[in-house]
Design a protein around this ligand. Structure first.
Ligand SMILES: [Mn+2]
Length: 223
């Protein structure tokens, strides 16, 4: 059995299918975790969500929420987020894509999005979309986990080291895997694995295998 963590998908269903093929993904034997930002920007958001929803029901797909999922749900709840419809943020793509699926399917997927956790972890790994801020009172359910950006200066790593141990006792010794911050090549740096290679604009989608520590990526044309 292999467990893969894939970087920000942003509606890139064709690249996702290529990646599954490249890693010879077995829905019966393997698992795939998305490190957040599955929606927005791409043309196939609705179709991708349907594919992943079926994967979740079948047990092979595990989601982690990103800041784009958070923003979408806030808009759905009536909050005024002008940036959501900015082309760079790409929220309109999600709204249009879900509308095409019809009311019932759209509501089902929205309800599912509301259930996504901010992190996934086992005894050796923690997967979050953004970072793990050392803010007193923060926990693995903290909304900041999906928006904190890893700075090139390495402040994220300092956060890990400086976290209040009584608040996050299970942090120690675990490998952190995150998306959100685009890197040219998926890599492990300072003990942190960064898997977002900006598929929606670079055409490169990457994943990390927890069991082997290997990176896998595909390249194509973003939709
Ligand atoms: Mn993000």
């Amino acid at each position: 059995m292999s467990t893969y963590v894939v970087g920000d998908l942003h509606g890139q269903l064709p690249l996702f299918e290529n990646l599954l093929e490249k890693i010879s993904f077995s829905p019966q034997a393997d698992r795939l975790i998305a490190a957040g930002d599955v929606i927005d920007r791409g043309a196939k958001v609705g179709e991708l969500l349907e594919r992943l929803y079926e994967g979740a029901r079948a047990g092979w797909f595990l989601p982690v929420a990103g800041n784009h999922e958070e923003a979408f749900l806030q808009v759905r709840d009536g909050e005024d987020l002008p940036f959501y419809h900015d082309p760079e943020f790409g929220g309109t793509r999600t709204i249009e894509s879900l509308n095409r699926l019809g009311h019932t399917r759209s509501r089902t997927l929205e309800g599912w999005l509301r259930s996504w956790p901010f992190s996934w972890s086992d005894s050796r790994h923690i997967v979050v979309h953004g970072g793990l801020p050392a803010v007193p009172g923060s926990s693995l359910g903290d909304i900041d986990l999906c928006a904190t950006r890893i700075s090139p200066s390495g402040s994220f790593h300092e956060c890990v080291d400086l976290r209040p141990p009584h608040i996050l006792p299970s942090w120690d010794g675990r490998l952190v895997i995150s998306g959100h911050t685009i890197v040219r090549k998926a890599r492990r740096r300072d003990g942190i694995v960064m898997v977002d290679t900006g598929a929606y604009r670079t055409g490169r989608l990457s994943a990390y295998c927890l069991e082997t520590g290997r990176f896998h990526s595909v390249e194509g044309i973003p939709c």
